[in-house]
Each structure stands twice: as C-alpha cells, then as structure tokens.
Design a protein around this ligand. Structure first.
Ligand code: ZN
Length: 135
C-alpha cells in the first residue's frame, strides 16, 4: 500500500493567531477551519494548498505534546501526514516490518479522519502520520 498524497504538514506554533495571519496575509491562503482536539490538548488551524493541507498546531496546555515539542525543538515542522487508503492496514504493515508505532490502532483525529502515528525513532527523525477516511 502506498500513500495517495501528502494529506497535511503539521507545524507547531506558539501563537496560532499570529501564524494564521502569516499564512493568510503573506501566502494568501485561507484558514477554513479552526478545531480543538481535546485529547491531544491542541488547537489546530487548516489551510488548503492543492490536495495538501497545512495544519498549524498550538498547545492548549503545558502538558500538550505540542508544548513539549516546542520546548525541546522550538517552533517548526512537527509531522508529515500521508493519505493512506487504509490506515489500519498501513499501521499493521509498518509494524510487521519492524517500525515502532505510537498508535497500534487508528484513532480519531481532526476533521474526523482516522489517524495513526509512527515513532520518529523508526522513521529517520520525522514524526510520521497515516491519515485516511473512516472505513
Ligand atoms: Zn496531523
């Protein structure tokens, strides 16, 4: 199984409002959704660039994975999400091939998509997300 496209690029930011303004005013994109994902303790903002989206991520609490990421590495690219025809199968396949998973099973992410993360230790330093429609 291979990805159909890059679904989105996740970018960790300290100030969602300021970042939205940059993407709208300098890049000319339109923020079409702002969504809070409570179990991840993040607020997200989405922009479309062709088939791919930019997902800005702002921590809503200090123990948010995004807050920890910014503490360690600063603002910047947090993860890359590949659109997969079947997230469950893609995760199983990665695991069978010795890749360390963060999510053994798909869970619900923003925009009601099925998501699952691979550990950056197994993916050459890039936190990798598989992303797809509910099956
Ligand atoms: Zn994502």
């Amino acid at each position: 199984m291979k990805p159909t496209h890059i679904e989105h690029i996740g970018i960790a930011v300290k100030d969602l409002k300021a970042a939205i303004s940059y993407y709208e005013n300098i890049l000319g994109l339109t923020c079409y959704a702002i969504e809070e994902v409570t179990d991840q303790r993040v607020k997200t903002a989405f922009f479309r660039v062709g088939e791919t989206k930019i997902e800005l991520l702002e921590a809503t609490s200090e123990d948010s994975p995004i807050a920890k990421f910014i503490d360690k590495k600063g603002e910047g690219i947090h993860h890359i999400a590949f659109a997969m025809p079947d997230v469950n199968e893609a995760l199983t396949n990665a695991k069978e091939n010795g890749i360390q998973l963060i999510d053994e099973k798909p869970r619900k992410g923003a925009e009601n998509l099925q998501i699952g993360f691979l550990h950056p230790k197994s993916t050459f330093g890039v936190l990798t997300e598989f992303c797809g429609k509910n099956k």
